[in-house]
Design a protein around this ligand. Sequence first.
Ligand code: ZN
Ligand code: ZN
Ligand code: ZN
Length: 127
Amino acid sequence: MAKRNTITKQLILDSLKNSKTAVSQEILQKELGEAVDRATIYRVLNSFCEDGIVHKILGDDGKFYFAFCINCSEKKHQHNHFHFKCLTCGKIECLPNEVDVKLPEGYQSVTFNGFISGYCKDCSKSF
Ligand SMILES: [Zn+2]
Ligand SMILES: [Zn+2]
Ligand SMILES: [Zn+2]
């Protein structure tokens, strides 16, 4: 059982790593097929978030998407970037630019949830 869990974790990790875009639980389920059940995918994704390897994005469709973390550790996540959803191809990606938001005095930020929709580089080329 433990071995199988490790394989499942590795599969999910690989597909997150190889994906240039953020993926939802449903997308992962499709990729992995019936061999891995919903609850397992959900649990693995959330444990990756806790470990600082993956971060969650709330999409404008109310679903969560997961993206591989670049500069994060277990202790400190660095997600002060926007997420961009393309209205043509539907992909959601992390924008590389770090965003520094000036908050009013006395305010402290804990999470940053920036979401932009529009047309990605590839899709806006065809206009
Ligand atoms: Zn992170
Ligand atoms: Zn696009
Ligand atoms: Zn991101």
